[in-house]
Design a protein. Structure first.
Length: 97
């Protein structure tokens, strides 16, 4: 991590990280859309066991990095809920062709 000498410099670094985070979330969402094509039902799309495993792994990583696991849990729940909706739409769209 870079040592910043000014508030502006620290904020600029945060802005760079935010861009990377958003890019990674978009990339994750693209993979989610691909995954929809490998599934055979909406229930399979909503794979709760997989969701639980992803959230558990994210919580463990948060703890190991000194972050609040509850914060990461809440972020992942919101992100996954939105991505499952996207995956369901992709699944339904793919099955109509």
């Amino acid at each position: 991590m870079k040592k910043c000498d000014t508030l502006e410099e620290a904020r600029a670094e945060i802005d760079k990280l935010d861009e990377q985070i958003i890019t990674l979330i978009a990339e994750r969402n693209d993979y989610i859309k691909q995954i929809a094509h490998f599934k055979t039902s909406v229930d399979e799309v909503k794979a709760q066991d997989r969701i639980d495993a992803v959230i558990s792994r994210a919580r463990e990583q948060a703890i190991s990095l000194g972050l609040s696991p509850n914060l990461i849990n809440d972020l992942y729940i919101r992100m996954i809920d939105a991505m499952v909706e996207s995956e369901v739409a992709e699944f339904k769209n793919a099955k109509t062709f």
